[in-house]
Design a protein around this ligand. Structure first.
Ligand code: PLP
Length: 431
């Protein structure tokens, strides 16, 4: 057996280039992060070779002595990371990612065509929360369940809980989802619990984006009020790509059987091992300090952008992300993303309240977790704001006239030249 370079130089080279891209650009995608070397060592280990359908101590295959130990450790660390009492809460660490975790919960708690309510996708919700359009039921959630979205109050950019309560009283959902992919404020879980109770609905929190912040206690915790809490492991939590489902003990059998044999087969034991490592790291004082810095950095960037005249949805941030409404700046999110990409500032276009087109949305989403992992602090994020501003200026010129293209080339050349001087980054990329 040769090394990756020997066996497959093409993939080896692609990985090297991707690594260089990751370490030489400004990574501002709110759902991404850099996981630790220790996590990657576990993910790239022999744990990938083993089949282990079932749960620790009750498997369909032999040879699972060490797999059982890894999964049990992962489970107990997951409960400890969120301060949960094992007498009240259990956790399934097998979902292959966030979307299957959510779908497993729906199939565990609902019958086909039961009604659900989640935050509308154009207002910050996730596809798996039931998005559909007039033309198509877009995600499997909307194919198998009937979904009526709730939305933000467009004037404030905050969840419109009163409208949600009114709609829920009419729609009588069986499940309400508190959680988002692009919402910069805390959810009012107590209020959503009340609304769910009034309809006899379950309350599920999808904390995929904020689970690291929840573990560190820097944003509100959904655990006091939710029946079930799902999360991905690879966003603010800094683990490998994967998913978890926390459930109140009464739901244990239903959730576990929905994951396997319901929608999955064998667990990804390399991921579960990497997740166990990440959860160990999440218990450290450094992790808490990191999450505090994530929020401080997002706030510093928000303040800088506001000073530069940008409009933020909801007027700011309480967590790791901000949504910039670029319409007042005279540019759309798609063009902005394109130009920012050209100068190695990586973020994503995003719908903002009031958008008419989902294809060309009016804003961008910016997150602080990845660059905070790289060690950037508030003053660095202010500079990131200035770079963003310079690039948006170019994007606006470009949208208005062709001479902007020359300017874009000059700007890219300037940044490339600066990048060339950063030998430390180049060395890191070559590692
Ligand atoms: N839930 C939320 C709130 C998300 O933001 C995401 C992903 O961005 C998911 C679920 C789905 O996670 P995955 O992409 O791992 O399936």
């Amino acid at each position: 057996d040769g090394s990756l370079d020997e066996v497959d130089p093409e993939i080896a080279s692609i990985i090297r280039q991707e690594k260089r891209r990751q370490v030489t650009g400004l990574e501002l995608i709110a759902s991404e992060n850099f996981t630790s070397r220790a996590v990657m060592a576990a993910v790239g280990s022999c744990m990938t070779n083993k089949y282990s359908e079932g749960l620790p101590g009750a498997r369909y295959y032999g040879g699972n002595e060490f797999i059982d130990q890894a999964e049990s450790l992962c489970q107990s660390r997951a409960l400890a990371a969120f301060g949960l009492d094992p007498a009240e809460w259990g956790v399934n660490v097998q979902p292959h990612s966030g979307s299957p975790a959510n779908f497993a919960v729906y199939t565990a708690l609902l019958k086909p065509h039961d009604r659900i309510m989640g935050l509308d996708l154009p207002h910050g919700g996730h596809l798996t929360h039931g998005f559909w359009t007039a033309k198509r039921r877009v995600s499997a959630t909307s194919v198998y369940f009937e979904s009526m979205p709730y939305r933000l109050d467009e004037a404030t950019g905050l969840v419109d809980y009163e409208a949600l309560a009114r709609s829920a009283a009419l729609f009588r959902p069986r499940l309400i989802i508190a959680g988002a992919s692009a919402y910069s404020r805390d959810f009012d879980y107590a209020r959503m619990r009340g609304i769910a109770d009034a309809s006899g609905a379950y309350l599920m929190a999808d904390m995929a984006h904020i689970s690291g912040l929840v573990a560190a206690g820097v944003v509100a915790s959904p655990f006091h009020h939710a029946d079930v809490v799902t999360t991905t492991s690879h966003k603010s939590l800094r683990g490998p790509r994967g998913g978890l489902i926390f459930f109140r003990k009464a739901l244990e059998a239903a959730i576990n059987q929905a994951v396997f044999p319901g929608i999955q087969g064998g667990p990804h034991n390399h991921t579960i091992s990497g997740l166990a490592v990440a959860l160990k790291q999440a218990a450290s004082p450094e992790f808490r300090a990191y999450q505090q810095q994530v929020v401080a950095n997002a706030r510093a960037l928000a303040a800088r952008l506001q000073k530069l005249g940008y409009t933020l949805v909801s007027g700011g941030t309480d967590n790791h992300l901000l949504l910039v409404d670029l319409k007042p700046a005279g540019i759309d999110g798609a063009r902005a993303q394109h130009v920012l990409d050209a100068v190695h500032i990586t973020l994503n276009k995003n719908s903002v309240p009031g958008d008419r087109s989902a294809v060309i949305p009016g804003g961008v989403r910016i997150g602080s977790p990845a660059l905070t992992t790289r060690g950037l602090r508030e003053t660095d994020f202010e500079r990131v704001g200035d770079m963003f501003h310079a690039a948006i200026g170019i994007a606006r010129d470009l949208a208005a006239s062709t001479p902007g293209e020359g300017k874009l080339r000059d700007f890219v050349a300037h940044l490339e030249a600066q990048r060339g001087q950063r030998a430390d980054l180049a060395a890191l990329a070559a590692e």
